[in-house]
Design a protein around this ligand. Structure first.
Ligand code: BES
Ligand code: MN
Ligand code: ZN
Length: 503
């Protein structure tokens, strides 16, 4: 199968708007932007179409409104796409990324091959250029890999980013960064979209190896024997019901001049299919559970970006991966497992499998020297009940670390909302016969799952992202097609560049 991840060539243009040679020049328009002086020339170029649309309120500047109009007066662009960007005061890096993605998706749907984005607004120019590049890259993603007949519109061939100020070499670097981060997100989306008969733990590990090695990241794949030698009883327990053997994907970014510490440890849930096991899930919608490795894909693809961008610190990625199946040898409710860390777990619901494999994953990341931990997982339906599909939930300790991870992720487009880890929640995990239960029942289900993980974080700075609601879009958005979102790739990658703030 050909990979569906290909990007347009994205280049910088310092030309004035009139000289940008493109089929479609996209221009963000803000609410209350009618008087902006730089719009006069654009209005002239379109024979007054801009002002007419603003006066008639066809174009008010609300996010994602789109007005496409021909250029009539000798500019080199054939058409201009004015796209609503909301209020100037609400124009964040994330808004910009989405608006640029929406403009590029709109262009793509209209079979435009040569697209340009005109940078406007008050954001720092390098961050703005990077985010616009990310948006354009994200718009190139397709989920039609398995269509043998008619496919959707092909990605744009070529995109220009037009900026009037800034140092060219820095702007080029921002484009390069945006391209790598956008492409890494798309690779994660492709992995998450893969059906589970294609993406087994074994093939997931093979794909991760190819992806990471091409980025200069060292990869080790632990097989079922290695996993048994390490006594990862939680991962082995979950894998018992499956005919597919488990794997642990271990990735290392080790730049020659990096300090010994800190070491960032990224841990991702890699359930390639979650049937629920013996505590089996209802049939309706179960097909969605092929993306229960989205956290693992995020870690693999963040490691790729970290390698390509050569982050200045040591980073370790750990992705335990297995199916959760109800086979004849499967884990049964009431079984007791011993984790690699020595803690014992009474499994009362085999569908709470993610926290089990992550428990051993977090332990292994520490064993390999991680000093700061982040895990990412499609962990609980309760996180979706609490926060919907609008934001991931973030938990962890200490607050400073959680806030740094949250803020970094949010700017990268991976919105996270803080949730509590009160000690009382661990009462719900108390077992009569083992150190803890694997579920705490329905109340505060996302919090008790996080409390379970906390037991394996060894007191290190640790953040847990529950991406059950954000990893998959049930509906298309102006900035995104349906399906896997690539959540957490950019946030995790950007985190590897913030180490001066970790003290
Ligand atoms: N993979 C699921 C969580 C999930 C649910 C992800 C919906 C995406 C969408 C996880 O393994 C799971 O089954 N969690 C259970 C835990 C429960 C048994 C305590 C859940 O949320 O119902
Ligand atoms: Mn489950
Ligand atoms: Zn699961």
């Amino acid at each position: 199968m050909p990979s569906t991840v290909s990007l347009p060539a994205i280049a910088l243009s310092a030309a004035p708007p009139a000289d940008i040679d493109t089929e479609l020049l996209a221009v963000p328009i803000f609410e209350g932007d009618e008087m902006a002086s730089d719009l006069r020339a654009l209005d002239g170029a379109t024979g007054g179409a801009l002002m007419r649309a603003q006066e008639s309120q066809e174009l008010r500047g609300k996010p994602f409104e789109l007005l496409i109009t021909p250029v009539i007066n000798g500019w080199r662009a054939a058409r201009i796409a004015f796209i609503g960007a909301g209020k100037r005061s609400d124009f964040t890096i994330e808004r910009l990324r989405r608006v640029a993605a929406a403009a590029a998706l709109g262009a793509r749907e209209r079979r435009v091959q040569r697209f340009a984005w005109l940078s406007r607004g008050d954001l720092p120019v390098l961050k703005a250029v990077q985010a616009a590049t990310e948006g354009i890259a994200l718009s190139a993603f397709s989920a039609d890999r398995y269509k043998s007949g008619e496919r959707g519109a092909p990605p744009i061939d070529e995109a220009l980013i037009a900026v009037s100020d800034g140092e060219p070499s820095e702007l080029e670097a921002a484009i390069n960064r945006g391209r790598i981060l956008g492409e890494s997100s798309n690779i994660a989306r492709e992995l998450s979209n893969e059906p589970s008969n294609v993406l087994t733990p074994t093939t997931f590990a093979e794909r991760a190896t190819e992806i990471c090695q091409a980025a200069g990241v060292a990869v080790d794949v632990l097989d079922e024997h290695d996993i048994a030698d390490l006594r990862m009883g939680l991962l082995l327990g979950v894998s018992r019901g499956s005919a597919e053997p488990p794997r642990v994907i271990v990735m290392r970014h080790r730049p020659a001049d990096a300090p010994q510490t800190p070491v960032l440890g990224l841990v991702g849930k890699g359930i390639t299919f979650d049937t629920g096991g013996i505590s089996i899930k209802p049939a309706d919608g179960m097909e969605r559970m092929k993306d229960d490795m989205a956290g693992g894909a995020a870690v693999v693809c963040a490691m790729r970006a970290i390698g390509l961008l050569n982050a200045p610190i040591n980073v370790i990625g750990v992705v335990p991966t297995t199916e959760n199946m109800p086979g004849g040898r499967a884990l049964k409710p009431g079984d007791v497992l011993t984790s690699a860390s020595g803690k014992t777990v009474e499994v009362i619901n085999t569908d709470a499998e993610g926290r089990l494999i992550l428990g051993d994953g977090l332990w292994y990341a520490q064993k390999l020297g991680a000093t700061h931990l982040v895990d990412v997982a499609t962990l609980t339906g309760a996180a979706v009940v609490a926060l919907g599909k609008v934001t991931s939930a973030i938990f962890g300790q200490p607050e400073r670390w959680v806030e740094l991870v949250r803020a970094t992720a949010e700017e990268a487009g991976d919105r996270c909302w803080p949730m509590p880890l009160y000690d009382e929640y661990s009462d719900q995990l108390r077992s009569e016969i083992a150190d803890m239960l694997n579920t705490g029942g329905r109340p505060a289900g996302a919090c008790t799952a996080a409390m379970f993980l906390k037991e394996f974080a060894g007191g290190l700075p640790w953040a847990h992202l529950d991406v059950a609601g954000t990893a998959w879009a049930d509906e298309a958005k102006p900035w995104m097609v349906k399906g896997a979102s690539g959540v957490a790739v950019r946030g995790l990658a950007e985190l590897a560049f913030t180490s001066e703030k970790w003290k």
